[in-house]
Design a protein around this ligand. Structure first.
Ligand code: SAM
Length: 246
């Protein structure tokens, strides 16, 4: 997947995109990610990228010219024949979730526009943007951290980025449920024991225990998810057991 990030602060991405699984995905040639400084495209003498809002009010607005030109340069570089999927990070956007991450992971290329100050001139959104995405109901200083969140969540879904052992299929949300708890060595620590079933070597029992824990934690913490998840006959039996145990 090709990812281009339009930002005023490219250096913010160095640690995130250059470490761990994302760097490995880049090393394997599965992720081609570059951050482009919008300021480099400013035609103003002092490389200005913001201005006062028409109509007055607090804060500054990112001007359209550097963003349009930066976006056009990326389209040229990627030889886009159609409008590329262009995401503007915005608290006003659709809330990001695992389903949207899965959908975005199927794209060949993604362009991210990171806002700052009060955000970008609306003409940028109207002309260039295909998706406005929020990472939650709160306001951050800029779109850089939201872009990193989305790039991380999307990249790990691209086949080959995660190793077999790191597979995401059982993780929270992917199956519609929250994930079961994990334990590792030692089997006893400060008198706290790992559940016997996990030491039993009986994989059928382990799978059953994990599924029940998944259902229980989802029922307790995110009952909204239970409304859409597909339940098997065994799940229904496990749910009855959970309810009896309360
Ligand atoms: N004036 C904007 C509003 O009230 O909706 C907030 C602007 S915010 C200070 C600056 C930039 O941070 C936004 O343009 C956006 O790119 C980014 N941003 C802030 N909160 C965000 C969120 N929850 N999700 C995605 N992007 C966010």
């Amino acid at each position: 997947m090709i990812i281009r990030v339009m930002t005023l602060f490219p250096q913010m991405f160095d640690a995130t995109l250059g470490s761990s699984i994302l760097q490995r995905g880049r090393d394997k040639g599965l992720l081609d990610i570059a951050c482009i400084n919008i300021r480099d495209y400013s035609e103003s003498r002092h490389k200005k990228v913001d201005d006062y809002p028409y109509g007055g009010g607090a804060g500054m607005v990112m001007t359209p010219q550097p963003i349009f030109d930066c976006h056009a340069a990326i389209k040229d570089e990627l030889k886009c024949e159609t409008k590329p999927r262009t995401i503007y990070l915005s608290p006003k956007g659709q809330t990001f979730n695992q389903q949207l991450a899965t959908e975005l992971a199927n794209e060949k290329e993604l362009i991210f526009i990171c806002g700052h100050y009060e955000g970008v001139d609306q003409r940028v959104v109207d002309e260039l943007v295909t998706d406005e995405i929020s990472i939650g109901d709160y306001v951050l200083t800029g779109g850089e951290i939201p872009a990193m969140v989305i790039i991380d969540a999307v990249s790990r879904l691209i086949p080959g980025v995660l190793s077999q052992e790191e597979s995401y299929q059982e993780e929270s949300f992917y199956s519609g449920l929250l994930e079961y708890p994990h334990y590792t060595r030692p089997a006893e620590y400060k008198g706290l024991k790992v559940p016997d079933v996990l030491l039993s070597g009986n994989h059928k029992n382990i799978d059953g225990w994990r599924r029940k824990k998944s259902l229980k934690i989802t029922m307790e913490r995110r009952p909204d998810l239970m409304e859409t998840v597909e339940l098997s006959k065994t799940d229904i039996k496990l749910i009855a057991e959970i309810k009896n145990e309360i």
